[in-house]
Design a protein around this ligand. Structure first.
Ligand SMILES: [Fe+2]
Ligand SMILES: [Fe+2]
Length: 307
């Protein structure tokens, strides 16, 4: 077992990185709040026809949405699961070092939630673009819907796997934003600080999955395995509800909003993007031998995720 978070004291963002402060000049340098190519709806001709301010408003909204998603994911989903690991409340006994690493991860994720929360406030006061977070963020709603279909006996396992998915995939946001020089520097730095920590978490959860999966019973593997492709979608499918809400602040009626969203997110583009972002996780699943079970393989194939 590798000690993945060995240098945590000198590497973790929470321990080493400064408070990132957004300055008004950053906006004046012609930089954007979010990469345009990652926001299909902002590139729709009907939005672009409204001019730069409308596009900017959508990009700021996309950034708010990402930061809010991060805040909810970290303290609403990841930390409750990692806490059960740290407190030895999961059914499989792990090497001691993993319990210790779990405490470090809880600290990191708490910090990522704080960074996100803090940047939302800073952007609000700098841009004046308002943000009303939904009462139940779509991420939690999707997870709840999936859990409703499963026997409560398996809820803890499903939540563990949802977190394992979120911690092992490499989202295009974490990989692209820190390197994109068109993006406002403070935003790049905040996302970059997060991405650096997530590299370590990826290694931890890779080890965790390799250790955990073979120790589950065949029944547990099957019950959980067939839900996994849906958990991948829950995490990566665009948040259509939020996207529509950004468009309501522009001069569009309901029919036009539906048209813009349908044309911006066609299934033939959405599915390959989900497959692309989840590739590292799918490869891990494959290496664990998950797809050797035909029922699990079929469930992944049905969602276009078999590799
Ligand atoms: Fe994180
Ligand atoms: Fe993480």
């Amino acid at each position: 077992m590798i000690y993945n978070l060995k240098n945590w004291e000198t590497k973790a963002s929470a321990r080493t990185k400064p408070h990132r402060i957004l300055s008004p000049e950053e906006q004046e340098e012609g930089k954007v709040f979010f990469p345009l190519h990652l926001v299909p709806v902002a590139q729709h001709p009907m939005v672009m026809d409204l001019g730069d301010d409308a596009v900017k408003q959508i990009l700021v909204s996309r950034l708010y949405n990402y930061l809010d998603f991060t805040r909810v994911l970290e303290i609403g989903v990841v930390n409750p699961v990692v806490t059960t690991i740290a407190l030895r409340q999961i059914e499989v006994e792990l090497p001691d070092i993993m319990y210790h690493d779990a405490v470090k991860i809880i600290t990191d994720e708490g910090y990522h939630a704080y960074q996100s929360d803090d940047l939302i406030s800073q952007i609000k006061s700098l841009t004046g673009v308002s943000y009303n977070s939904p009462k139940t963020p779509l991420l939690l709603h999707r997870l709840k819907e999936i859990l409703k279909e499963a026997d409560p006996e398996y809820h803890q396992l499903l939540q563990i796997f949802f977190v394992t998915i979120s911690e092992t995939l490499i989202s295009s946001i974490l990989s692209v934003v820190p390197k994109d020089k068109n993006v406002i520097t403070t935003v790049r730095k905040v996302v970059g600080d997060h991405a650096a920590d997530e590299g370590k978490h990826h290694a931890f959860f890779t080890d965790f999955l390799n250790y955990f999966w073979p120790r589950l019973s065949e029944k547990e593997q099957l019950v959980v395995g067939v839900f996994l492709p849906r958990l991948v979608y829950a995490f990566l499918e665009p948040d259509y509800v939020s996207i529509k809400s950004w468009l309501t602040s522009l001069p569009f009626n309901e029919k036009q909003i539906d048209e813009i969203v349908n044309e911006s997110y066609p299934q033939e583009k959405v599915i390959p993007n989900i497959k692309q972002d989840s590739r590292p996780t799918l490869q891990l699943f494959k290496k664990c031998g998950m797809f050797e079970n035909p029922q699990i393989a079929d469930a992944f194939a049905a969602k276009g995720l078999l590799c």
